[in-house]
Structure formats: structure tokens, C-alpha cells
Design a protein around this ligand. Structure first.
Ligand SMILES: [Zn+2]
Length: 201
């Protein structure tokens, strides 16, 4: 898996429309997933991943879980939501799976936690830009993971930001609010779970 930055038949589980491209856009450019599952489509207005999938002929599944804010936390989510996520991923038994690590947003952490409890050998991409914010303490968070590979390429980074601009117009404010993280042009980092550590330490 992720041999030389390439990956076999895989599905991507993204939290919000934009998370897969922001955290794994360079991987995407080299290697398209079979399916993208978008977990929190909430008000259904963000068409970004829908159009991306159409353009690239990728299967798209929207779970339509309610949007949760950083402030509210995961109180809105019920057991049914968890079941829906698990059952959907189970349909892709023979596929590699990529999702976000979960650092920096309660929705991301909720998804990552459920996937870790229910599936093996999942690849976790470092959340961009959330995990780069000091307050999210990525250094502590990443102790639960082992780094598999990093994809570092300035040209590819620019290409992925162009994809972000093209498909996620409603999210473009990020380019201003989080400008300093975009300017870093960080590599994409991919991890697996460190089974020797307890998830919530
Ligand atoms: Zn997100």
C-alpha cells in the first residue's frame, strides 16, 4: 500500500466536501480513487465533491450526516449515524481505504475514531490545514500513528490548490483565513495506526 506514492484500488472517506482534496490532493492527482464517501454533507449545498466525481468518473456516496461545528462537538450525532458510516465502508471490503487522521475538528475525530475501531489497515492522511494550527497540538496527536510516506512536491501542491479553487468555491475563504498554512505548501503525510498506543492515550 502506498508503494512509491501509488496505491491500488482504493476508496477515500472524506469528512466534509473538500477534505479529501485538501489533505490528499497530490495523491489524487497521481492516483484516482474508485469511490469517494463524503460523510458530513449537512445542508447539501456544497456540490464540490459531487462535481469533481462527475468530471473524473468516480463513484460518489454522500452520507448526509448533519454538519457539526467545532463549538457544538459531536452531540448531534446518533448511533444511526455511526452505523451508516460503518455499513457503507463495509461494502468496499477488497479496497484500500484512505481517510483523514482526525486532528483539529470534532467531526474528523469522530469519523477517524469509528474507522479505527471497525477497520484494519486504513491509511490516515494528516488533516490539512487543521492539523497545522498550533492549538490542535499535532505533535501529541500524531503519537498514535506511524508515518508511512510523505508526498512532497511544490508543483503538485499548486496543482491541488487549483483543484480546490475550481471545485470548492464556497470554501475559498480558507485561502485567506488560513493563508499562512497554504503558503507553507506542506507535504502530504500518510500514517497508519500505532497499535502499541491506546487511541485516547
Ligand atoms: Zn473537514
Amino acid at each position: 500500500m502506498l508503494d512509491g506514492g501509488k496505491i491500488n484500488k482504493y476508496i477515500a472517506i472524506e469528512n466534509h466536501p473538500d477534505d479529501f482534496i485538501l489533505s490528499s490532493g497530490m495523491l489524487f492527482i497521481n492516483n484516482k480513487p474508485d469511490t469517494i464517501i463524503t460523510v458530513f454533507t449537512g445542508d447539501n449545498k456544497d456540490e464540490g465533491t459531487r462535481i469533481l466525481c462527475k468530471d473524473y468518473n468516480i463513484n460518489h456516496i454522500e452520507l448526509n450526516l448533519p454538519n457539526i461545528s467545532i463549538k457544538d462537538g459531536i452531540n448531534k450525532l446518533v448511533d444511526e449515524d455511526e452505523k451508516k458510516l460503518i455499513e457503507t465502508i463495509k461494502k468496499f471490503e477488497s479496497f484500500e481505504k484512505i481517510t483523514q487522521m482526525g486532528c483539529g475538528h470534532p467531526a474528523h475525530l469522530w469519523t477517524s475514531n469509528i474507522i479505527q475501531k471497525n477497520f484494519n489497515n486504513v491509511i490516515f492522511a494528516r488533516d490539512f490545514p487543521h492539523s497545522y494550527k498550533k492549538k490542535n497540538k499535532f505533535e501529541c496527536f500524531s503519537n498514535n500513528y506511524i508515518n508511512l510516506i510523505s508526498i512532497s512536491n511544490e508543483k503538485l501542491f499548486d496543482e491541488k490548490i487549483n483543484l480546490f479553487k475550481k471545485y470548492y468555491k464556497t470554501q475559498r475563504a480558507l485561502l485567506f483565513f488560513d493563508k499562512k498554512y497554504f503558503d507553507l505548501k506542506p507535504s502530504e503525510e500518510y500514517y497508519k495506526i500505532n497499535n502499541n498506543k491506546k487511541y485516547f492515550g
